[in-house]
Design a protein around this ligand. Structure first.
Ligand code: HAM
Length: 384
């Protein structure tokens, strides 16, 4: 069984939830050229991950096989591809992804597409969805050797008809041109099956689209989608942002089988990954939500109390900064005015009585409160 590299760790959902809570509490082939490969000091050949699906399935085989299926896992992770950088295409980028492991059904595949739609809608990006299936394309190409199939599929994926013609002529299979272009351009399932004939996957394809139609999903049938990664076996889908240029694909996914490559059972899986950086480019300059900031200003004798006050504000979810350099109250106030909404002014008297003299920098109002009331007053002014 393929093991994770020494000294690296996998976190199953329960553990991941605990890790996340600490911060949120209270407050294939095509990819090989793009791989950042290296040898570690022990001579092991490693790579910076170009995507996460393979790692998730390796983790499933290592740690998750006994868990009740289907599993619904998600991740947010950095990935690395040795690509020519441009806007929306980076060598280091982030993917948010979802893998549904252990359900071989139209319901599972449709659920994954609908989830992608729900998530992207929540981000506010304008997008359109293309859904396809590799069955028809593979059935038309079944007599070609695997490398030739891949070459043809790459042209179909790019919708490059001239390239496609040249490619299949080179393989002496001009006879395929008509059905392949008909498949690529098909906009209804009738047109798809007219191009490829009555294939075994027909029922599954009809069922998936039936569920999507039943949920009122707006999408385009695209049986030219081949996907760049080799592990896909059936349904494939891609989502494009409407306001991006060349690098407008913000999501890719589909049904695949990978677990057997890592020594596991041949489990059916499906999922997708969202290119988080592209979503950010598509959304443009969005203002970050306002955060209330308080500067804690103090005399030298109230240093310990200032730290206590700052920590209490932070615990309540308010961003609090303390003075860390040797300067007088006047200089501290001047600095606070540049970056904070409130100032907590603390001297020996406040330290002794456990109070805070709170100044609202917008209104100029100043009042003395006990610490809890000062926190409540600041929090009442806005989301922290
Ligand atoms: P992918 O289409 O290769 O699929 O990548 C998913 C998304 O990552 C792309 O749609 C794109 O938005 C983003 N992306 C890819 N390369 C870059 C880059 N160089 N810079 C910025 N964004 C990029 C996969 O990776 C599959 N693992 C998806 C999947 C999950 N299939 C099943 N489960």
């Amino acid at each position: 069984m393929l093991q994770k590299p020494r000294g690296t760790r996998d976190f199953l959902p329960d553990e991941m939830e605990r890790r996340r809570m600490i911060f949120t509490m209270k407050s294939g082939e095509g990819i090989i050229e793009e791989i950042y490969g290296f040898e570690d000091k022990g001579g092991r050949r490693l790579a910076l991950r170009p995507e996460v699906t393979a790692a998730v399935l390796r983790m499933y085989v290592n740690e998750g096989r006994m868990l009740p299926k289907p599993l619904r896992w998600c991740y947010f992770s950095d990935c690395y591809r040795y690509e020519r950088p441009q806007k929306g295409r980076y060598r280091q980028f982030w993917q948010f992804g979802v893998e549904l492991i252990g359900a071989d059904s139209a319901a599972a595949e449709a659920e994954v597409i609908l989830l992608a739609d729900d998530i992207l809608r929540a981000t506010g990006v304008a997008y359109h969805i293309h859904v396809g299936h590799l069955g028809p394309m593979k059935s038309l190409l079944k007599d070609l050797p695997e490398p030739e199939q891949r070459a043809v599929m790459a042209f179909l994926d790019k919708r490059d008809v001239d390239g496609l013609r040249g490619c299949i002529e080179g393989f002496g299979r001009e006879d395929l041109l008509l059905s392949l272009t008909a498949l690529m351009e098909a906009r209804s399932l009738d047109e798809v099956f007219a191009a490829c004939g009555d294939i075994p996957e027909r029922r599954r394809i009809e069922e998936i689209m039936g569920i999507l139609n039943g949920q009122g999903l707006r999408y385009t049938l695209n049986f030219g989608i081949a996907r760049g990664l080799d592990y896909y076996t059936g349904m494939v889908f891609e989502i494009f942002a409407e306001n991006l240029g060349a690098e407008n694909q913000i999501l890719g996914g589909g049904a695949y089988r990978l677990a057997h490559l890592f020594g596991g059972d041949d489990v059916a899986s499906c999922g997708f990954a969202i290119g988080f950086d592209r979503v950010m480019v598509s959304l443009g300059d969005i203002a970050s939500p306002p955060r209330i900031r308080i500067a804690v200003v103090h005399t030298p004798d109230a240093g310990a109390y200032a730290l206590h006050v700052a920590r209490s504000f932070r615990e309540a979810g308010v961003t609090a900064v303390t003075n860390l350099i040797d300067r007088g109250i006047g200089a501290q106030m001047k600095h606070a005015a540049k970056s904070a909404d409130f100032v907590a002014v603390l001297g020996g008297r406040e330290a002794e009585s456990g109070t805070v003299t709170l100044k609202n920098l917008a209104s100029g109002d100043q009042m003395e409160f006990c610490l809890e009331d000062a926190i409540a007053e600041v929090k009442a002014r806005g989301s922290c």
